[in-house]
Write a new protein. Structure first.
Length: 210
């Protein structure tokens, strides 16, 4: 061809260069990690610890949503709770892992300290309802038993419950969640360390697609 580059080969070379550049970009990109809850949730704390500070975190309402994001490519990894020292296994967690054939890449036990959180102006004496994730409520049975005037109400997430209580601005409503969630959403901490025992750990795992 007298030293000339065939136009088709030139296009192929440009395409290969573009693909290589895209591969470098993707390999350098921070991974997307899905977790159940909203910012301020304990699952977010575990995700930060397990995935690193550079990871992009994707909060989702339910565990099912987390697995859907993982399986269908909305997230590269997922961090979920599987067991708590006080409440036992997290409902549906093991079943969802088996059903979707996910790989467990790593695990971390996070120390969990719950607080009773109300809206500005609330007091412990006037609280009549405490909302939180069912597993969190199960970790605070003794506190709820010694405060029979407070009715336990299930919510989808600890930090989500804090956000809802602050937004409702009803001093008779409170949430069980972290002190960090209280600071994040403008709640008032009415009592700290209300879990049944101080050595309260939840085991989280990092999952990847099969």
């Amino acid at each position: 061809m007298n030293g000339l580059v065939h136009p088709h080969l030139d296009r192929i070379d440009r395409a290969i260069d573009a693909l290589r550049a895209e591969r470098r970009r993707l390999s350098d990109a921070a991974p997307c990690v899905a977790y159940q809850g909203v910012p301020g949730a304990f699952s977010e704390d575990a995700a930060r610890t397990l995935a690193g500070g550079d990871a992009t975190l994707q909060p989702l309402p339910t565990l099912e949503d987390v697995f859907q994001a993982l399986v269908f490519g909305g997230a590269e990894f997922a961090v979920i709770p599987v067991e708590n020292t006080l409440a036992g296994p997290v409902p549906r967690a093991a079943d969802l892992i088996r059903r979707h054939g996910c790989r467990v890449m790593a695990e971390h036990s996070l120390l969990i300290s719950h607080a009773l959180i109300g809206c500005p102006g609330a007091t412990l004496e006037h609280v009549r309802r405490a909302t939180s994730h069912p597993v969190a409520l199960a970790q605070c049975r003794k506190f709820l038993a010694t405060h029979p005037a407070i009715e336990a109400a299930e919510g989808f997430d600890t930090a989500g419950a804090v956000a809802e209580v602050v937004a409702a601005a009803n001093p008779a409503w409170a949430a069980i969640g972290s002190v960090r969630a209280a600071a994040l959403y403008g709640g008032i901490v009415l009592q700290t360390a209300i879990q049944d025992r101080r050595d309260n750990f939840t085991r989280f795992v990092v999952l990847a697609r099969a």
